[in-house]
Design a protein around this ligand. Structure first.
Ligand code: PLP
Length: 392
């Protein structure tokens, strides 16, 4: 063929992180077939779906098999029953989001990747280290991001640039993947105030909201003025174990407009053109996760992961190793001891302790020399990992 391809793909750093990890683990396993390897590198949930969601999915699937209750294409923005349930979720957090401001999708990743479609050429500001989708989806359409580095000094919670610049699209992930750090009310207010003053847009990723235990914002709309400058993207993946079931949502408040154009109208047009909705059984399962019984079941699973996170945090505290996360997040982000790089620490953990984690280098330059452990393993495996690491 001689078609022109999107040359921007050449600018994306090939992310070999998880394949590199898999290759190193495989090589180690071949040399040490007896080794009992504990995997604390995964960012995927391991507990099954909450029972109310399973029941709802079964019932909805049966409806799909009966002529009178069969449904075809779902509405592009989600069934009213789910948009209303998500609106009630925001009401429970003391915020006022109308069902019409909620756009249901097949997950946060799709929305975060697709939102670039409705943006023009802007400055892009992204805290580093962070979930790589924000940087890569901008690079794919020829945009370049300015990274604001997190560090041990700012607790991996970078603040807005001191100098007020041009209007920008700002990505914030709180609680953060990979650092587990979470903005408090003042920190998030500083970003909202910056966005309002500079005419910028914040894209707030709340995928880990359910892990919050402290008095910090669960949604950016708890910050006054956010409804004039922020889109929020969220997900059932970590809250309800929907990583394989696929359902998320994006909130675009009615008041969000740029130079007189409503942002929600652009997103509605984008979705109606390129997306055909989420299946009915999945939306019923998501609705069930937000009922009183569903939330209770989801929070039992999250409590299980939280115990793992606190085992890992306690161990690091006892070792005097700097870390963030572990409290409002399934992630524990630690400074590699003795100035080691993330990869050196990876090899040490694997070879000496049989534990697999994720080197911070995979999440951006500011992640160098740090390491991510996750709480999504089993309680037994996490306890065994802590026992082994007590010798560290
Ligand atoms: N946002 C962050 C910060 C994540 O870490 C992830 C997945 O790991 C996602 C979004 C993706 O969510 P979803 O499964 O809804 O696509």
């Amino acid at each position: 063929m001689r078609i022109n391809i999107n040359e921007n793909f050449g600018k994306i750093k090939q992310n070999y992180l998880f394949s590199d990890i898999a290759a190193r683990v495989k090589a180690y396993k071949e040399k040490n077939p007896e080794a009992d390897i504990i995997r604390l590198g995964i960012g995927d949930v391991t507990l099954p779906l909450p029972a109310p969601s399973v029941r709802a999915m079964e019932a909805a699937s049966k409806e799909m098999g009966v002529k009178d209750t069969f449904r075809g294409y779902p509405p592009e923005y989600g069934y009213d029953f789910l948009r209303e349930a998500i609106s009630r979720h925001y009401a429970s957090l003391g915020t006022d989001i109308k069902p019409s401001e909620v756009f249901v999708s097949d997950g946060a990743k799709s929305d975060l990747g697709n939102l670039v479609d409705i943006m023009g050429d802007n400055e892009i500001i992204i805290p580093d280290p962070v979930y790589p989708v924000y940087v890569d989806s901008n690079l794919m359409c020829g945009r370049k991001a300015t990274l604001v580095p997190g560090s041990a000094d700012n607790g991996f919670l970078p603040m807005p640039p001191g100098k007020k610049g041009d209007p920008a699209v700002i990505y914030i992930c709180s609680p953060n993947n990979p650092t587990g750090a979470v903005y408090g009310f003042d920190g998030l207010k500083a970003w909202v105030d910056y966005a309002i003053e500079t005419g910028s847009l914040i894209i707030f990723d709340a995928a880990y909201e359910a892990f919050i235990t402290e008095d910090v914002p669960h949604t950016i709309y708890q910050i006054p003025g956010a409804d004039t400058c922020a889109i929020e993207v969220s997900s059932f993946s970590k809250f309800a174990g929907f990583t394989g079931t696929r359902c998320g949502w994006t909130v675009i408040p009615d008041g969000l407009e740029s130079n007189g154009t409503k942002i929600a109208a652009l997103w509605a047009r984008r979705q109606a053109t390129k997306f055909n909705g989420v299946s009915y059984p999945v939306q019923r399962a998501a609705e069930a996760a937000l009922t009183e019984e569903g939330v209770k079941a989801c929070m039992e699973n999250i409590a299980y992961y939280r115990k793992n996170a606190s085992m890992l945090s306690e161990l690091l505290k006892s070792k005097g190793i700097f870390f963030t996360g572990g409290v409002n997040s399934p992630y524990v982000w630690l400074k590699c001891p003795n100035g080691m790089s993330g990869w050196e620490f990876f090899d040490l953990l694997l070879e000496k302790y049989g534990i697999v984690g994720t080197p911070g280098e995979g999440f951006g330059e500011a992640g160098s020399g740090f390491f991510r452990l996750t709480a999504f393993g089993s309680a037994e495996a996490t306890a065994e990992a802590c026992r082994r690491l007590s010798a560290l």
